[in-house]
Design a binder for this molecule. Structure first.
Ligand code: ADP
Ligand code: ASP
Ligand code: MG
Length: 439
């Protein structure tokens, strides 16, 4: 079994969906095709939800109306036979009727999740109508029947495996399955999701659940680049990455992959390939167990970071001090990304400020606490970085003009992380592109 996941831009226009149909029928391998919502749809659904949460029903209604029109235009070019146009119109009517009904219901978090699920439900059903029109045999697998998360919002791989394999068994003989990315059921049995960009996570979880031969992530770029192509001019695709390197890049901001989507594929040793729908024959990036070459491979940046420095000449050297500090973060379910220590101070970074006030209040008895918001973690990722000649020298030479406030090195053989003010992010990424990659 092979998994093929297509992101929003890959299904965002009728002609792109036609291309996807060609790509999934290029070979006769059995496959599960995971689709995102049409590009822009999830953003619009988030907008609708936000408007409803604020009680702005009229604006929400207008936004729903515009999205409805967009879909009606989309199906005009997606399918050509009148009976298929009618089928597609019925699907759209059903989902927009739901959106119009919620305008009258009082808003809740569960309703928010229901709204966000509409995008993937629509894209898969419409794609299925198109596949039927061109005579491609397939089965639609409802993700809500097998994809689930527990009370800590962690995917339940064992349960997913069991349910998915039961469903596949039921449709033995089918070569092409289509399913929704992103959406799932939560511990309460309600509709939920795997967070923004979560269709990659769906693909990797399915790949692990059915021991797929490969998990292909099809997107709008020819693989993982050495730097953020949205920010830096000259970037190049990386041929090969290890699971660990790819996981660090995804976690530290390379948007091409959902932050935690690598672990399921890594656990079952399923190779992941990043491929470009617009250039299907480009080699893309292969992610496997082996690291391949030694050296720095890429840099990525993660915004919205808060640094917390706890200074205590009295307590830091006392054993048990760090444990007490970490317990505060554990209590508030806030994970620490970077940590550096000196004899009198410990600095950590967090990417969620939800419990910042509570955390600071509980840390204050330990010493003075300084908080710096608006920071960016810049990560330099590669294989055996420490053994690579002159990396640190090149790094510090390149960044002589950047006020770097933390450096974390040696925690993993794949990563050096720096903390810089968010306002220096673009400059830092550009300087590193020249300094480390000569681009
Ligand atoms: P999809 O809709 O297919 O899931 P995404 O927009 O989530 O696509 O991810 C692809 C985008 O990720 C690219 O268009 C690119 O702008 C961005 N991106 C950010 N960092 C990187 C990187 N290091 N390599 C490749 N793409 C990156
Ligand atoms: N449609 C969802 C989003 O835009 C999931 C995804 O595309 O991966 O975040
Ligand atoms: Mg994505």
């Amino acid at each position: 079994m092979k998994i093929m996941k297509f992101g929003g831009t890959s299904v965002g226009k009728p002609e792109r969906m036609h291309e996807v149909a060609k790509l999934i029928t290029r070979d006769s391998d059995n496959k599960i095709v995971v689709l995102s919502a049409l590009s822009g749809t999830t953003n619009t659904l988030v907008q609708i939800s936000d408007l409803l949460a604020k009680g702005e029903r009229e604006s929400a209604k207008d936004t729903i109306q515009q999205l409805h029109q967009h879909y009606l235009g989309f199906i005009n070019q997606l399918v050509s036979k009148p009976e298929n146009q009618e089928k597609a119109r019925v699907i759209i009517a059903e989902h927009f009727e739901f959106l119009n009904i919620i305008l009258r219901i009082s808003f809740s978090e569960a309703l928010n999740k229901d709204i966000l699920a509409q995008g993937e439900l629509l894209s898969t059903k419409l794609f299925s109508v198109y596949l039927s029109e061109i005579g491609v045999q397939h089965e639609l697998l409802p993700a809500l029947e097998f994809m689930s998360i527990d009370a800590n919002e962690e995917p339940q791989l064992l349960a997913i495996r069991k349910k998915l394999n039961d469903l596949l068994e039921k449709h033995k003989g089918t070569g092409i399955f289509i399913t929704q990315g992103y959406i799932c059921k939560n511990a309460k049995g309600e509709v939920d999701n795997l967070k923004r960009g979560g269709s990659d996570y769906t693909a990797s979880l399915i790949a692990a659940a059915c021991n797929a031969t490969v998990c292909e992530i099809w997107t709008d770029i020819d693989g993982m680049h050495n730097n953020d192509p949205r920010i830096v001019d000259k970037t190049v695709a990386i041929e090969q990455l290890s699971f660990d390197e790819a996981a660090e890049l995804a976690y530290f901001g390379a948007k091409i992959l959902h932050p935690t989507c690598i672990w399921p594929a890594q656990q079952e040793n399923v190779p992941v390939r990043l491929l470009n729908t617009m250039q299907p024959d480009a080699p893309g990036t292969v992610i496997t167990k082996e690291a391949g070459s030694v050296g720095v491979k890429a840099v990525a940046a993660k915004d919205g970071i808060t640094a917390i420095k706890i200074k205590s000449s009295r307590m830091l050297l006392a054993y048990g001090f760090l444990r007490k500090v970490f317990e505060v973060f554990e209590k508030y379910k806030t994970s620490i990304d970077m940590i550096t220590t000196s004899e009198v101070a410990v600095s950590v970074t967090i990417d969620s400020d939800t419990y910042l006030n509570e955390i600071v209040r509980e840390l204050e008895p330990f010493g003075s606490v300084d908080v710096e918001k608006g920071q960016t973690i810049v990560s330099i990722v590669g294989n055996e970085i420490a053994q690579t000649d002159h990396v640190l020298q090149k790094l510090f030479d390149s960044l002589s003009e950047v006020p770097t406030t933390m450096v974390s090195y040696g925690g993993s053989p794949h990563n050096i992380s720096l903390l810089v003010p968010q306002t220096y992010k673009t400059k830092t990424l550009q300087l590193l592109n020249t300094g480390l990659f000569g681009l």
